[in-house]
Design a protein around this ligand. Structure first.
Ligand SMILES: C[S@@+](CC[C@H](N)C(=O)[O-])C[C@H]1O[C@@H](n2cnc3c(N)ncnc32)[C@H](O)[C@@H]1O
Length: 233
């Protein structure tokens, strides 16, 4: 009996090996294994050798409908309950996809301090501000692990997306975040699985606990989440 297409693959004589199907299947399997292997290598390198994602990749990280779908800027705006008049800090702002969304939410008299360790990223942020006509963002060139040049307790809320696990000593950065927050202020940390530095939510909670931040709630699920912490004292 002659069978074509998918049906032909599952006839007793044709299963897997009919025509050129087996070549396609082997190629697909090889590609899947290669992809997994590359992911494992990149994760192990990033685990032992931390460095900021280069500035030339800034727009690529923020661009694309996929990122906006899995980590929509509204997720961060809602997590910190951004309202007009608030002072907010974005730690590791990159090219500013989330910074701009929060800056819009705190208008007209609120402000967002956008902290990044790379001048190249702040340049990309300035271009975005110009393109989108946003003025209430103040770029700050600083290492979140060191002393960020802003006053203690200046922020009503702080957020960071895909940054904290990229920093060699995350607890040190979280201590800075605690210093900059007002008592009762919220800190939101957003992560998603496709980031090569992606940490489990439990790991971020452990770091935050060490820095003295109190876990409040989690939005999303294990592979794509926003964790919200509070500064109690
Ligand atoms: C993966 S990118 C995320 C950018 C942006 N938050 C986003 O989600 O599109 C990480 C950013 O954190 C910045 N960064 C890394 N280490 C930092 C540090 N120690 N202090 C401040 N910024 C840092 C990098 O320069 C980069 O812009």
């Amino acid at each position: 009996m002659h069978c074509d297409g998918i049906v032909g693959r599952f006839t007793p004589n044709g299963f897997l090996f009919q025509g050129a199907y087996w070549v396609v299947e082997v190629v697909i399997l090889i590609l899947i294994f290669m992809l997994l292997w590359i992911c494992c290598c990149v994760r192990s390198i990033r685990y032992s050798w931390k460095f900021p994602i280069p500035a030339f990749m800034g727009n690529a990280i923020a661009a694309g409908p996929y990122r906006r779908r899995v980590q929509p800027p509204s997720m961060v705006v809602d997590a910190i309950d951004a309202k007009p008049g608030m002072t907010v800090i974005d730690i590791g702002c990159g090219s500013g996809l989330y910074t701009v969304a929060v800056a819009e939410a705190v208008q007209p008299d609120g402000v967002v301090y956008a902290v990044d360790i790379q001048e190249g990223m702040l340049e990309k942020l300035r271009s975005r501000m110009k393109r989108e006509g946003i003025e209430n963002i103040i770029p700050v060139l600083a290492d979140a692990e060191g002393r960020i040049p802003l006053d203690d307790g200046i922020a009503d809320a702080i957020f960071s997306t895909a940054v904290i696990p990229e920093i060699p000593d995350p607890v040190k950065a979280l201590l800075q975040i605690k210093r900059l927050l007002k008592t009762g202020g919220l800190f939101a940390e957003a992560e998603f699985l496709l980031d090569p530095d992606f940490p489990l939510a439990g790991t971020v909670k452990k770091w935050a606990r060490k820095a003295g931040l109190v876990f409040e709630r989690q939005v999303g699920h294990a592979m794509r989440y926003v964790l919200v912490f509070r500064k109690d004292s």
